[in-house]
Structure formats: structure tokens, C-alpha cells
Ligand binder design. Structure first.
Ligand code: NDP
Length: 419
């Protein structure tokens, strides 16, 4: 028996909600609340007769703490799943604290307005002190640790695939495969083709901000920052084939460097096709990725938001995306005094996802872990007061749930390493 409030009804939330409804013995009541209520109503209608989960819908502006508090106090959920955008992480955490409810999300906080002088002051200090310049980082949400501890509430951060499952893979490797881990390479390969010259697989604004930023990795406890897309490797991914991949900054590097402190190097690579990179560079060069408002014919517009309006909605890519994703982690380290290597990963087929939940694999590989993380919290397997990332919990029940719910792990004890 549980009552869950899901905030957001985009590509990822659609999958998470459909998967919750498949587990209707755990998710008995669900309220879907988002900015555009019509999307929530359409999903509730599509699920009618297909689940025992009792679904209601609501309209909410998740930037507004008072509106959130009212919704939470009216619905009285056991858990709020934030599957809106990273911009809303802090307002939703504030509302959860005020109402005494557990919280989870799929991406760490970043501000919508990166020109805000108050935020910029803190950001620039962090850039200088820490040595990486991504707009998103965990410090904002880690600052809530004591408040959640004192309130006896759990906040689970970044429970998608990456971040999310990749951290559970790290916790699993540490628990079962290694005494000490020396290096971690996280490889995110999307071998899918949607037939468009250019489209993003999840929210375009968040996605383009992430991939156009400088890359960085952690080496011997220090960040090393590099120009965007300046480190390229090739890798032959099982069930996908040979792909070019590029080193990116990614949020789980920051938490893993703290939770597995012996690790000497952590890198994150993502595959991109040439067409994607050429389009992105061109859009960047002409200023279309800018978050700074410009005046156009008497109206203020934010270029990247305008671009989002022009690009295909990621939720619409499902029927036309073919191919597979392959996401996982390669480790080097020691067990019983001997050097060893290990690769744990998942392969997911875009069309299989579409058949099951009418979505492509990127939303699927994010929405399924969000549902499984919620299940861990609702069934008491991952409850401890405070603010935590996925690797701070026991990976076993979570990976077992993923195995059962559509994202089974694969393992290789002799993988090809990335140089
Ligand atoms: P979408 O843009 O498809 O959906 C976002 C949803 O949030 C929309 O329904 C939108 O409403 C709603 N929303 C936005 N602002 C507000 C607001 N102020 N109040 C209420 N609702 C709001 O994004 P995705 O589904 O692609 O991504 C969802 C999240 O998942 C993002 O945080 C993204 O970063 C994260 N993600 C994580 C991954 C991982 O592996 N960890 C991978 C991919 C994504 P409306 O319909 O009105 O626009």
C-alpha cells in the first residue's frame, strides 16, 4: 500500500508511471501532477483498465513551493517522485521537508537562470575551488543533508540510469568484485537512429547544456577539465558495434569520488554521431544554445528555449527509433591481492521499449530505475534519514528489481579497456 505523487509528465515520467502501474501491488495510488495537466489526464486515460493503481491528476507549478505544499498536504503521499526538470529540485525538496514526505529525483540541481548574480557568485567560487565548470553539481542538494536527517526523511538523488544505475553498478562492484577499485570508466552508448538529422533523446535544453559544456574527469582526487568533445575514443559495444565516444563531465563522478575514495581515476564517455556533433557546434556558434535572454521583435526570448520549441519532442521519438543502447561501467582494481577487471552493463532495445511502454530506450532506461528506486524506498529497503546518492544504498535489491523489470545486467570479467 502506498501513495506516490509524481511531478512531471514528460518522456521519462511517462515510462516511470507506466512501470509503476505494472507493479500495482506496490504502487497502489498515484497522483500525476505537472505544469500541463492535459498531459497527465491523457496518460491516466491511456492507463485506464490496464492497472489496479488508482490514478488521479493535478496541475502544479513546481517552481512555486506554496503550490507544491498545498498539493502535497492535500494528497498526503508517502513519496514524491520529482521527474520534472533539474530546475525544480530545490523547490520540491523544500516542499517535501515542509510537509514531512520522502523525496527522489533523476538529475541533480541546476538553475534555470544561469545569469542570476546570487547563484553566479556561488558558482564561480565553486569553479575556482573545485576545478570544474558544469552548471550542475551536488552541493545544492547535499546542503539539505542535515535537514532531511533531522526530519527523519530520505531524499534519493539521481535515480535514473546515469546517474543512478551506474552508481549501483559501482556499489555492486565494490561489494562483490573488488577489495579496492582503481579506475572506473562509465560508458554510455546510444546506438539508436530516429531518422532525424538532429534531435535530443531527453529534454533538449538540459541535454544540450550538458553536452556542450567542457568535459572533465577525476584523477587522484582532483578534477581535470578539458575543452568540450576534445577527448575521443572508439569502443566496440556488444549488440551495437564500433562507436566514437567523447569524454563528458557527468554528475555521478562527483559523488563516486567521495563514496569510493580510493578510486584513482573516474571518467565518463558518451557516444555521439557526426551529424549530432556538427549540428550542435553550428547551433552553439550562432548562439542558439545560449541561456541568456535576447530581445526579438519586442519579445524577450531565451535562445535555447526557442530551439527546444523547434526540435522534435523526445517523447515523440519512440515509434521511429531503432537500435539499442548499451550503458555500463568498466572497473580495474584488486581482489585478494590480484589485479582484475570487470564490466557490468545493460543493453536495451528502442523498439522493444516502444512495444512495452510507447517510448524510446533513453526515457525507458531512466524511467525504469526511477520506478525501481521508488520501490526500494516504499518497501523499506533503502530508507535512512538524510540525502543520498544511489551508491550509498545496498545495490543488490535494486539490481534484482532492474533485472526483473526490463533492464537486466550483463557482466564481463575480461573486458576490453578504454585507453
Ligand atoms: P521532459 O521535458 O520530457 O519532461 C519534463 C516534464 O516536467 C514535463 O512534463 C514538464 O511539463 C514538467 N515541468 C517542467 N517544468 C515544470 C514546472 N515548473 N512545474 C511542473 N512541471 C514542470 O523531460 P524528460 O522527461 O526528458 O526528463 C525528465 C528528467 O529526467 C530531467 O530532470 C532529466 O534531466 C532527467 N534525466 C535523467 C537521466 C538519467 O539517466 N539520470 C537521463 C535522461 C533524463 P510541460 O509538459 O508543461 O512542459
Amino acid at each position: 500500500m502506498s501513495r506516490v505523487l509524481v511531478i512531471g509528465c514528460g518522456g521519462v515520467a511517462n515510462v516511470a508511471i507506466r512501470k509503476c502501474c505494472q507493479q500495482d501491488e506496490v504502487f497502489t495510488e498515484l497522483c500525476i501532477a505537472s505544469r500541463t495537466k492535459a498531459k497527465c489526464d491523457a496518460l491516466a486515460e491511456a492507463l485506464k483498465g490496464k492497472t489496479r493503481t488508482k490514478i488521479t491528476t493535478a496541475q502544479v507549478d513546481a517552481d512555486d513551493v506554496e503550490q507544491l505544499k498545498q498539493l502535497i498536504n492535500d494528497y498526503k503521499p508517502d513519496l514524491v517522485m520529482n521527474i520534472a526538470l533539474p530546475y525544480q529540485d530545490l523547490t520540491i525538496m523544500d516542499a517535501c521537508l515542509a510537509c514531512g514526505v520522502n523525496y527522489m529525483d533523476t538529475a541533480n540541481y541546476e538553475p534555470e537562470d544561469t545569469d542570476d548574480p546570487e547563484w553566479r557568485k556561488i558558482y564561480e567560487k565553486r569553479c575556482r575551488e573545485q576545478g570544474f565548470s558544469a552548471y550542475f553539481d551536488y552541493s545544492w542538494q547535499w546542503a539539505y543533508r542535515e535537514k532531511f536527517e533531522k526530519a527523519g526523511l530520505t531524499a534519493l538523488l539521481g535515480c535514473g540510469f546515469d546517474p543512478g544505475v551506474t552508481q549501483a553498478y559501482c556499489a555492486y562492484a565494490k561489494k562483490h568484485e573488488f577489495d579496492t577499485i582503481d579506475t572506473i570508466d562509465i560508458l554510455d552508448c546510444n546506438g539508436g537512429d530516429h531518422g532525424y538529422a538532429f534531435a535530443t533523446n531527453f529534454n533538449p535544453e538540459v541535454n544540450l547544456r550538458e553536452v556542450s559544456a567542457p568535459g572533465s574527469y577525476m584523477e587522484n582526487g582532483k578534477w581535470v577539465e578539458i575543452p568540450a568533445m576534445s577527448i575521443k575514443r572508439e569502443y566496440n559495444f556488444e549488440d551495437v558495434g564500433q562507436k566514437d565516444m567523447y569524454l563528458l563531465h557527468h554528475e555521478e563522478i562527483e559523488s563516486l569520488a567521495q563514496t569510493i575514495p580510493e578510486v584513482k581515476r573516474i571518467r565518463f564517455f558518451m557516444t555521439f554521431g557526426q551529424s549530432y556533433l556538427t549540428h550542435m557546434k553550428c547551433l552553439e556558434n550562432v548562439g542558439m544554445l545560449s541561456t541568456t535572454p535576447v530581445m526579438f521583435e519586442g519579445h524577450e526570448i531565451v535562445p535555447i528555449k526557442f530551439l527546444k520549441a523547434l526540435l522534435p519532442d523526445p517523447a515523440s521519438l519512440g515509434p521511429r527509433t531503432h537500435g539499442k543502447t548499451n550503458i555500463g561501467c568498466i572497473f580495474t582494481g584488486k581482489k585478494d591481492g590480484k589485479e582484475k577487471t570487470y564490466y557490468i552493463y545493460n543493453v536495451c532495445d528502442h523498439q522493444e521499449c516502444y512495444k512495452e511502454v510507447e517510448s524510446q530506450a533513453i526515457s525507458y532506461t531512466t524511467g525504469v530505475p526511477a520506478m525501481c528506486g521508488a520501490m526500494m524506498l516504499l518497501t523499506g529497503k533503502w530508507n535512512k534519514p538524510g540525502v543520498y546518492t544511489v551508491e550509498e544504498f545496498d545495490p543488490d535489491p535494486f539490481l534484482d528489481a532492474l533485472d526483473r523489470c526490463g533492464l537486466p545486467r550483463r557482466e564481463n570479467h575480461n573486458p576490453v579497456l578504454v585507453d
